[in-house]
Design a protein around this ligand. Structure first.
Ligand SMILES: Cc1cc2nc3c(=O)[nH]c(=O)nc-3n(C[C@H](O)[C@H](O)[C@H](O)COP(=O)(O)O)c2cc1C
Length: 304
């Protein structure tokens, strides 16, 4: 077997390999520790954190759809302090990057969480300005380029940590919000978060999710996500972490070719907890078959 360099450089954050676990689908790593050697992941984007503990939305809050799922979990989490005390020490044992996904109702809240995490061992912050499942904040920030700029710039001023801004697909033009985050001095962009969707129980004539609407994810969103990653890569010069429906090595390779420097796997973890390891092996085999010596050689190399 040839040696293949799987490391990637996100201009300020290096990863041993480009495969990450997407926020909200991998908990704080513990749940998957039994199935996956966490050292083999490039990074773990932890469940969305808020300043205070959140119980999340009422149930039912997940529903299966053809080729995907809807969720309205609503950022259930123990709060940033409990994360630092109880979860971070566990995650820090592994040779993987720990990315804290942060959420606020106001710019000030985002800044306070960022500040609190700044002198901890987390490797990066991922600003979730795109959650469709909270009443205030969340996607409201992610929709408006001016707000994206403001929240990014403010958080940037409160932390020296590597700053990833997670974009919402529920926008008029992904390029506008991508540009706004870059201008606000994000180090990196991650996309996409979930698309807003709905499902109805026709017998009860009621929405399946207690909150009515939720975020659509899984293979069904992949073509949309890929198109958005491609458009974003054509627009900004900061690195991109691509996600949305990645379920196998081929999906991951598509995102790398489209311009993502790394990828994250979300919903597919629920179906197959070994999927990240399979994607690693599949990318390696592809590179070897094609005669490449480094995964970096295929990033953004789509021929058009
Ligand atoms: C159950 C569930 C919970 C999620 N929670 C979060 C979250 O807390 N923060 C966040 O930024 N994204 C969250 N997401 C979005 C994912 O990280 C990812 O962006 C999205 O699901 C698309 O990727 P996928 O199709 O591979 O799942 C969540 C997704 C799901 C399915």
């Amino acid at each position: 077997m040839k040696t293949i360099d799987m490391a990637v450089d996100l201009k300020g954050l290096t990863l041993e390999n480009p495969i990450m676990a997407a926020s909200g689908t991998f908990g704080f790593g513990r749940e998957y520790g039994e199935y996956v050697d966490l050292n083999t992941l490039g990074g773990i984007m932890v469940k969305g954190l808020t300043l205070e503990e959140r119980k999340g939305n009422p149930v039912p809050r997940v529903a299966e759809t053809p080729m995907g799922m809807l969720n309205s979990v609503g950022l259930q989490n123990p709060g940033v302090e409990a994360f630092i005390q109880e979860e971070l020490p566990y995650l820090s044992q592994f040779n993987t990057r720990v990315i804290a996904n942060i959420n606020g109702n106001t710019i000030e809240e985002y800044c306070r969480i960022a500040e609190r995490l700044s002198d901890t061992g987390v490797d990066a912050l991922e600003l979730n300005i795109s959650c469709p499942n909270v009443k205030e904040g969340g996607v409201a920030f992610g929709r408006d380029p001016e707000m994206v700029y403001k929240v990014t710039k403010s958080v940037r001023e409160h932390t020296n940590k590597y700053l990833i801004v997670k974009l919402s697909p529920n926008v008029r033009d992904i390029r506008e919000v991508a540009r706004a985050a870059e201008e606000g001095r994000a180090d990196c962009l991650s996309l996409i978060n979930t698309l807003i969707g709905m499902a109805i129980d026709i017998e009860q004539q009621k929405p399946i999710l207690a909150r009515g609407i939720g975020g659509l994810s899984g293979p069904v969103v992949k073509p949309v996500a890929l198109r958005m990653v491609y458009e974003t890569a054509q627009t900004v010069s900061i690195p991109i972490i691509g996600m949305g429906g990645i379920s196998n090595p081929n999906d991951a390779i598509e995102f790398l070719l489209a311009g993502a420097s790394a990828i994250a796997v979300g919903t597919a973890n629920f179906i197959n907890p070994f999927v990240t390891a399979e994607i690693y092996e599949g990318i390696r085999a592809y590179l070897e078959r094609k005669g490449y010596t480094s995964v970096k050689d295929i990033i953004g190399k789509l021929k058009f």
